[in-house]
Design a protein. Structure first.
Length: 332
């Protein structure tokens, strides 16, 4: 496949509006590509969720058989781990596709996906390091929250929907104690969330750096810390806009489920309706999943232009005066 770089006049420092416009342009013009990549991995997440619902059915949902509540917890944890793994692969694949397209190269769903598989462990390790550094305080707060739940709430509250629905009537005093515990923990939760957001912005360009430059995890993290300086506020705005779009879609898709819940207060959602919920989540992940990764990759290139003169490097490279700083994997 012949590769041609983008015109160099488009590789220049961009303001926030221009990056958002470029993100929207790529999303619109390359929608089949990005939606195809996102649907591939959203489908894997959907399968994991459906298997979890199947496990709930086997365990007697909504009244889970006593003594099998631990199986619900194990199934939920495994589903979360699979979802995080698949989401990580999706982020790397979309970063690779955006990197190729931004430099004027054609690609496909298959090529973008296959290109990240040889270094998949590295990319997942980058995400793991960034996630642990950013969100450990919040994880600690959740441990404290679950400890409170186990201490005050009825046995099976977290794993048995039938117990969860009837707990307020069975033991109102315990529910009040839990509410007080929430009030005490709320400021700490807020602080942990703010810390996690700030640290996530610090490491936000690590995955594009690792994907594009083939950097090991530690080097990619350090590169992100340096590159993201001066851009973290703009990256936050990008994330906020994507979250707002996801929230609007979530509300739109969730209205039927909300109406059902209001009409059947005190009763858990049927498994069939929960399956429909997962189909709605699949649609949202397919539509919205590529946007943030696309924007982050554009920010990565913008910061390299600003801090490293990447546009000049490309100019010299195209003139045969410099060797590529990174080797892009061949597409098939």
């Amino acid at each position: 496949m012949t590769r041609q770089l983008r015109p160099l006049d488009k590789l220049r420092p961009l303001d926030l509006g221009e990056i958002l416009d470029r993100t929207a342009e790529l999303y619109r013009t390359q929608f089949p590509l990005f939606a195809g990549i996102a649907a591939l991995f959203a489908g894997a997440m959907l399968l994991a969720q459906m298997l979890h619902l199947g496990a709930l059915a086997l365990l007697g949902y909504p009244a889970v058989h006593r003594g099998l509540e631990w199986a619900v917890a194990v199934s939920a944890v495994l589903t979360i781990l699979v979802t995080l793994l698949v989401a990580g692969v999706q982020v790397a694949a979309i970063c690779r596709a955006v990197a190729w397209i931004h430099l004027g190269e054609a690609t496909t769903v298959r090529a973008a996906t296959r290109s990240v598989l040889p270094r998949l462990g590295r990319y997942l390790w980058v995400m793991t390091i960034a996630g642990v550094r950013a969100w450990t305080p919040l994880a600690v707060m959740y441990v404290a929250l679950f400890a409170l739940m186990f201490a005050f709430l009825p046995h099976g509250f977290l794993t048995n929907p039938a117990v969860m629905q009837t707990a307020p009537a069975q033991n109102p005093a315990a529910m009040m104690e839990m509410a007080l515990g929430f009030v005490v923990l709320a400021p700490l939760f807020l602080g942990a969330v703010v810390y996690g957001i700030l640290m996530s912005l610090r490491y936000s360009l690590a995955v594009p750096a690792s994907v594009v430059e083939s950097l090991p995890a530690r080097q990619a993290i350090n590169k992100s810390i340096e590159l993201s300086k001066g851009a973290r506020g703009r990256i936050f705005v990008l994330g906020l806009l994507v979250y707002a779009v996801r929230l609007v879609l979530g509300i739109a898709f969730g209205i039927p489920f909300f109406i059902y819940a209001m009409r059947h207060i005190g009763h858990p959602l049927p498994l069939g309706l929960m399956a429909v919920q997962q189909l709605a989540a699949f649609a949202i992940n397919t539509l919205i999943g590529p946007i943030y990764s696309t924007g982050l990759t554009l920010f990565y290139y913008d910061q390299r232009v600003r801090k490293e003169g990447f546009d000049l490097e490309l100019m010299m490279r195209s003139a045969g005066l410099a060797q590529p700083a990174e080797i892009l994997p061949e597409q098939s």
